[in-house]
Design a protein around this ligand. Structure first.
Ligand code: TMP
Ligand code: MG
Length: 212
């Protein structure tokens, strides 16, 4: 219907929780159900800023910790005009990682607090729903090893999980915790139901601002 906006849906969670698989499946299922839907991911490695981020993650370049944090944020802001345009034209966006990853990862480094880490992303389009895919470390481990990117170690990921838990205490964000230890189909079905409800709830509401 004309005039109704799409919903902004974010998937977050630890590595190997199944975010990318579920995001892909969710986009396909929503399209089949007749919703205009597109998938995005952060970092978006194809832009100039994204290439700097990619090179850092692949350990090909070293960047100062505040600097890389701000680049991750800038990599979101550079997509904001497109995100708003899509939402306003009725497209639902399913995004694999968003500002919550930004805060959870950087604040897991020495001498970074949650408050500082959130500031660059304050005012981003606010997700209508954040689906947190939760897996135990044991289940994550059973899904195979880490890759070679900079944050892919058990000790760092444990810190990241704690930071996510702190972020989830913020009730101004519409978090839903999903048990992602279940099989792919069961997780998928839950994500689809929750998302369809979020699309209905969001369609006549203004786009919010994150952490404002
Ligand atoms: P990816 O594996 O989903 O492509 O994400 C790459 C890594 O970047 C992952 O370890 C999480 C991390 N990350 C941040 O540190 N800050 C951010 O803002 C985002 C979006 C991801
Ligand atoms: Mg990765």
């Amino acid at each position: 219907m004309a005039g109704l906006r799409g919903a902004l849906i974010v998937l977050e969670g630890a590595d190997r929780a199944g975010k990318s698989t579920q995001a892909r499946r969710l986009v396909e299922a929503l399209k089949e159900r007749g919703y205009k839907t597109e998938g995005l991911r952060f970092p978006e490695r194809t832009t100039e800023i994204g290439r700097l981020i990619g090179s850092y993650l692949e350990k090909k370049s070293n960047l100062e910790d505040h600097t890389i944090h701000l680049l991750f944020s800038a990599n979101r802001w550079e997509q904001v005009p497109m995100i708003k345009e899509k939402l306003r034209s009725g497209v639902t966006l399913v995004i694999d990682r968003y500002a919550f990853s930004g805060v959870a990862f950087t604040s897991s480094k020495e001498n970074f607090d949650l408050h500082w880490c959130k500031q660059p992303d304050v005012g981003l389009p606010k997700p209508d729903l954040v689906l947190f895919l939760n897996v135990s470390p044991e289940v994550a481990a059973s899904r195979g090893g880490f890759g070679n990117e900079i944050y892919e170690t058990n000790s760092f990921q444990e810190k990241v999980s704690k930071r996510y838990a702190e972020l989830m205490e913020d009730k101004t964000v519409n978090w839903t915790l999903i048990d992602a230890s279940q099989n792919i189909e069961d997780v998928h079905r839950q994500l689809k139901e929750l998302t369809e409800k979020a699309i209905e709830d969001a369609k006549d509401k203004p786009i919010g601002k994150l952490w404002e």
